[in-house]
Every structure is written in structure tokens, then in C-alpha cells.
Write a protein that binds this ligand. Structure first.
Ligand code: ZN
Length: 248
């Protein structure tokens, strides 16, 4: 989970529409929030990811659900209030169910930075606070198959990309430092860093694995010493650093 920034509310959600949809929901229980303009704006706010677990939700097999942070059953007046809506995967939305966030607060990543409440250990999230613990438990964020294994896969991918980058460095060094081998090396490192950006799936996991890995630190130092590190790599490096969860 990473800190997200909400886009402006879609124009569709003006005061009149909100009043009308809220009444309609109260009278009929209809899915009034299930509108393309609401869903598109939510997807834009989270780079098409679930706000909680960071899986991509724009695929046919895994579509986005509109999640009500304050449960719509208990708080029908907030059924289409922009600040109360989050993009969520089916799994997280289902796990959260009718949980009362006022009685037992959980992280709303559009409001608070998850880093303050969550840490990371062996691909499991660990709580740093009561809010962190509620979040992990309520959203079932340490479910072995659906959450921890996914993080493990991403972590393995990051470690493999770091190893590839070291191999490419050796090929550049031993092959006469050609432009071609330099471009392959720098392009590979850029690809690695792109896996760890806010728009990437499971970016908190990818960035945490990357920045805690000593062979990545060595790679950066080597590339800097060889004057292969550039401004774009520096920018991507620092953007990913912002997402890192504290490890035990
Ligand atoms: Zn999710």
C-alpha cells in the first residue's frame, strides 16, 4: 500500500446529482455509484490499481469495484461523496465488507501515508500501530495465496532484474564498453526502477525489496563511478525510495 492523491471529483458528481443519487440509493438500494465517470476518475487516482493491495484492476479478469470507505449501509449519505470512494479489487472490497472505520480505523491511503502504520518482513506486512493492525486484519493483507505469494513473485522479479543488471555491467566492461552494451545496461536499470514506481503493481513491495538489497546499492555505486548513472535514473531512484516500507 502506498500514499495516493485523489484527482478532482468528476464533474458528474455535482451537488444536484449527489442529492438525486443519494435519494435513489436510500429508496431503492440501487448501485448508484457504479457509473463510468466515477470509475474512470477513481482509476486515474490510483494508476488503475486497488488502493489497498496495489494489484492492477483494469484487466478483464480483475475489474475495479467502487469501495465505500465509510460503509454505505451505515452511512447512506456518503454513498456518492467523492472523498468516501476508493478504487478496490474484489478481494479487498469483499474482505472489508461492512467494517466500521469510525469504530476501528483503518488506513485510507488517500488521507494518510501507509508507511507510518505498516512495515514489511519476509513479504508479510507488519503493523507499527493499531491502525496498521486493523488494516492488515480487516483487509486480510497477509493472506498467503492472494497477497504474500504475489509480493514474493514481485520481489523475485526485482532481485532477478538486479542480477541481470550486474551481468549487463560485466558484458559492457568486458566487451570494450561499446555504446550498444551501455544502452542495454542503462535500459535494464531503468526497467528495474520502473517496476518500483507509484504506477507499478505492488510498488511498495518492489521498492522495499530494491532499496534493502545490498547488490542494488553496489550497482548504483558502480554505475556512478563509471559515469553511467544519469538524471533519469536518479529521479526514478528517489521516487521509488519514497515508497519503501520499514523492514524489521
Ligand atoms: Zn486489493
Amino acid at each position: 500500500m502506498i500514499k495516493l492523491n485523489k484527482t478532482e471529483a468528476p464533474e458528474y458528481l455535482n451537488d444536484k446529482t449527489i442529492e438525486c443519487l443519494t435519494e435513489q440509493y436510500k429508496n431503492t438500494g440501487k448501485n448508484v455509484w457504479n457509473h463510468e465517470k466515477i470509475k474512470d476518475a477513481l482509476l486515474l487516482s490510483s494508476s488503475s490499481k486497488c488502493a489497498y493491495c496495489e494489484c492492477k484492476v483494469n484487466a478483464e479478469s480483475n475489474y475495479m469495484e467502487v469501495e465505500h470507505f465509510e460503509d454505505k449501509g451505515s452511512n447512506p449519505d456518503k454513498v456518492v461523496i467523492w472523498e468516501n470512494l476508493l478504487p478496490s479489487c474484489k478481494r479487498c472490497n469483499g474482505a472489508k465488507g461492512t467494517h466500521n472505520v469510525l469504530a476501528e480505523p483503518i488506513i485510507n491511503p488517500f488521507v494518510i501515508d501507509p508507511k507510518s502504520h505498516l512495515g514489511f518482513k519476509l513479504y508479510r506486512l507488519i503493523d507499527k500501530t493499531d491502525v496498521g493492525k486493523n488494516t492488515i486484519d480487516v483487509l486480510n493483507l497477509n493472506h498467503s495465496e492472494r497477497a504474500v505469494f504475489k509480493r514474493f513473485e514481485i520481489g523475485e522479479q526485482v532481485l532477478s532484474s538486479i542480477s541481470d543488471a550486474h551481468d549487463r555491467y560485466q558484458a559492457w566492461l568486458k566487451g570494450g564498453k561499446t555504446t550498444r552494451s551501455k544502452n542495454i545496461l542503462v535500459g535494464g536499470v531503468e526497467g528495474l526502477l520502473l517496476e518500483c514506481q507509484p504506477f507499478s503493481s505492488y510498488s511498495a513491495t518492489a521498492a522495499t525489496v530494491l532499496h534493502y538489497e545490498s547488490s542494488y546499492t553496489e550497482l548504483v555505486e558502480t554505475l556512478k563511478a563509471e559515469r553511467l548513472w544519469n538524471d533519469e535514473l536518479e529521479r526514478l531512484h528517489y521516487t521509488s525510495l519514497e515508497l519503501v516500507l520499514e523492514c524489521d
